[in-house]
Design a protein around this ligand. Structure first.
Ligand SMILES: Nc1ccn([C@@H]2O[C@H](COP(=O)(O)OP(=O)(O)OP(=O)(O)O)[C@@H](O)[C@H]2O)c(=O)n1
Ligand SMILES: C[C@](O)(CO)[C@H](O)COP(=O)(O)O
Length: 231
């Protein structure tokens, strides 16, 4: 792939899905007619501003070759030990022909609305700053273990979602630096924040859920049916 790229997408899809409690990775669970991963890749393919997609897949993943995604023209890269390692591997794989921007979206978030992705892209590219989709916390938040230690003021609290969109060179440097320092990085924004760079919070739909536990899968099946009815 040698054409210059403005926006590349990275889909970390190399997890084992331990919290789902299955004998196969959760990204291969079906929602209606397709796997979670196929749904997610199709959603990104529907966003015309994305020039190419790299999907990080575990080296011993025997499921990925079975997917019906040839038509999407993706590039497969090896996943890593943690999500951040998978993302960094994908960034390194594209460094020979680097994009200006990189958009990272969890395979486990198939319900994302393309309109929200387009909203994030429009903001970041016009403002020249990185950003993430996020949803405002709606519940009362407690800090504690077995007992509540504190009710945390929630007016400034957001749930980070994906996609997360950053300038390629900045994210490559931030992730590489953070991981070499041993920092715990659970999203791209936290690596960027460690560099003291801004992360714009762009409000997105709260039904852009990450399918993590069995009840999330049941909810996702319902939400996907609703999406398909209205599309
Ligand atoms: N080493 C890893 C770990 C996770 N992921 C991906 O990162 C996304 C979000 O991670 P998470 O929901 O935690 O998925 P898992 O790590 O598979 O789940 P668990 O923590 O329950 O094992 C998922 O699409 C997952 O496939 C990845 O690409 N590489
Ligand atoms: C990136 C993310 O989805 C933002 O909320 C989240 O941090 C992923 O966490 P996980 O533990 O890897 O699922």
């Amino acid at each position: 792939m040698n054409k210059s790229i403005s926006i590349a997408a990275v889909v970390p899809a190399a997890g084992v899905g331990a919290r789902m409690g299955l004998n196969h990775p959760k990204q291969y669970l079906k929602i209606n007619d397709k796997t979670i991963l196929e749904h997610t890749l199709e959603k990104l393919a529907g966003v015309k501003q994305i020039d190419h997609t790299f999907v990080a897949i575990s080296k011993d993943d025997a499921y990925f070759p079975e997917l019906d995604i040839e038509h999407l023209g993706l590039s497969r890269v090896d996943g890593g030990k943690e999500r951040a390692d998978s993302v960094l591997n994908a960034l390194k794989a594209m460094s020979a022909n680097p994009p200006k921007w990189v958009l990272v979206h969890d395979a486990a978030r198939p319900l994302v609305e393309p309109k929200d992705i387009e909203k994030l892209i429009a903001h970041c590219l016009s403002a020249g700053e990185g950003g993430i989709l996020a949803s405002k916390v709606k519940d009362t938040i407690k800090r504690g273990g077995q007992y509540s230690e504190e009710t945390v003021p929630r007016d400034q609290l957001w749930q980070a979602l994906t996609p997360q969109l950053f300038i390629f060179e900045e994210l490559l440097h931030a992730l590489d630096t953070a991981l070499k320092s041993g920092a715990i990085i659970t999203d791209e924004a936290s690596a960027i924040e460690l560099q003291g760079k801004p992360v714009r919070l762009v409000e997105g739909r709260s039904d852009n859920i990450k399918i993590t536990t069995p009840e999330d899968h049941a909810l996702a099946c319902f939400l996907m049916s609703q999406q398909q009815k209205s599309s």
